[in-house]
Design a binder for this molecule. Structure first.
Ligand code: FES
Length: 183
């Protein structure tokens, strides 16, 4: 089997470069397991460990995984983008979780999602350019009686109508401009 992703003549240099982007425990884990397991679930556990450490998966980290674990970059990015729980950008200052559980779904969660996406200009799993908001999908936030529900950080809002979205966002935007957080 050929491994076009790595130049073995330069292996020490490759490892040194990877060390700049990956924490030591992830490098150790890849080293320990790379000859035994090249399954997708192995790759998923590597990506989980990186995300638990860094909060998201950067391009440099994905490349380092590809090099160290000797898995083609297309496979690494394919897995990272396929599973919605992997984040490819840093999380924003405020995390907006939209409940897509059954009770919220039947009460119009899809409309709320659309309204948030339109107003923020991002999709689920993304962060606004100013770093203020990240948008995430959630499964039942445990407050079905308030459906449809969204949560911003620890604060639950419900029932939310699509017309409420602007007011909710404005609260955080104003707060950020008062404290000078917004870039
Ligand atoms: S389904 Fe949305 S809070 Fe339970």
């Amino acid at each position: 089997m050929s491994h076009s992703v790595v130049n073995t003549d330069n292996w020490e240099a490759v490892k040194a470069e990877c060390l700049k982007h990956l924490p030591q425990h992830v490098i150790d884990y890849i080293e320990e397991t790379k000859d035994q397991d090249r399954s997708e679930s192995h790759l998923i556990s590597i990506l989980h460990k990186i995300q638990a450490h860094s909060g998201y998966l950067s391009k440099e980290q994905l490349n380092a995984v590809s090099q160290l674990a000797r898995i083609p970059m297309t496979k690494v990015t394919g897995v990272a983008t396929f599973y919605h729980y992997f984040r490819l950008t840093p999380r924003g200052k405020h995390i907006i979780s939209v409940c897509l559980g059954t009770a919220c779904y039947v009460k119009g969660a899809e409309k709320i999602s659309q309204s948030l996406m339109n107003k923020l200009g991002i999709q689920f799993g993304e962060t606004t350019k100013d770093g203020l908001f990240s948008l995430e999908a959630a499964r039942c936030l445990g407050t079905c009686g308030l459906a449809p529900v969204i949560m911003v950080d620890e604060q639950v809002y419900g029932p939310v109508a699509s017309g409420d979205v602007r007011t909710i966002l404005d609260k955080y935007i104003k707060q950020a401009s008062r404290t000078g957080d917004k870039n």
